[in-house]
Design a protein around this ligand. Sequence first.
Ligand SMILES: [Zn+2]
Ligand SMILES: [Zn+2]
Length: 371
Amino acid sequence: MPKSLSIQFLGTSSAQPSLTRNTSSLAVIIDGTSWLFDVGEATQHQLNKFKNIKWGKIDKIFITHMHGDHVFGLPPLLCTLTNNLSEDPARPPIEIYGPSGLRNFVRSSLSLTRSHLNRNCVVHELLFPDDPIDSGKLFESSEQSGKNIHMTIDKNNNKSWKVIDEGDYIVSAAPIEHSIPSLGYVIDEKPISGNIDIELVKPILMRNKDALELKNPMELLKKLQQNQSLNMPDGTIIEPPQQRPGRKIIILGDTFDPSGIIHLAMDADVLVHEATNSLTSDDSEGTTYEQVEKLSIEKGHSTSKMAGKFAAKINAQKLLLNHFSHRYRSDNENIMNEIKQAAIESFGNGNDQVICTYDGMTIQIPLYFTV
Ligand SMILES: [Zn+2]
Ligand SMILES: [Zn+2]
């Protein structure tokens, strides 16, 4: 059975909150368990407001970069996630992944505010070659030693980090260009096994029952589901059902050039890309798109048109835009539509394939968007 997979946007503003948008955070929800990507200031308020995510089911947090609008909400969230829940020593720690300095940020914030965690946490750092190896003291007894995950560089000079390989999912990351070190994450779902044709398989298993010396030969179905073929004593080979490719989600941190992640991002089902700026009818007369793009790049950011171009480059199915300038209120339909149209034009995919996200918006990710 494929898992249910969705993304909820908790904050879609860049730099500072506006009246209609909070700072960056989103949750990838896999069968009810949530992984947060970035935790801007007041993410807790958003979790309270939208009520979709179970606090006790947040077990991983990924940080794209160390700018405050992406991390200022992390220490208080950790306090709530650990202090308001009953202590269970057997419970695995909350795992936090992010760039160099994240461990120190978490420790300093917690210790300077005399905070105390009742559940363990662990911070794993994704290190660039020049990053220092953290040698600081663990925070009280609640911090466990995290991994230092070193960047690997292949023969084509592609850079990446293997972040996790757990259950049905592999998470990796790659560096993207911003004003400070920034990461893009890739969530790859492992292939999903197809349906076994029981009417075809059962008679073969049953006629081999005695030779197999199994009370219930149907227990071999598990092996088929695990993609193993079965060699029957009578010479029949039962092949496993054809596997379907899993889903691929790309979540980028702030960027003016994400090309460093292309080698991991091709044919993504979903691309989450920032769109801090755009040329809109709100801009003063005579402003050109080129001027807007130049200014955006100078500040380390992208326009929605740039996001659309990148989505086309990696052959993405769907483009979800976030991290909008606070000028772009989510309730200003005309302006948001102009931003979207610019992305559609450069993406080349249809109207349904580009979404300007807003706080609280949830997008389901089915196995195939197009079927
Ligand atoms: Zn930002
Ligand atoms: Zn930033």
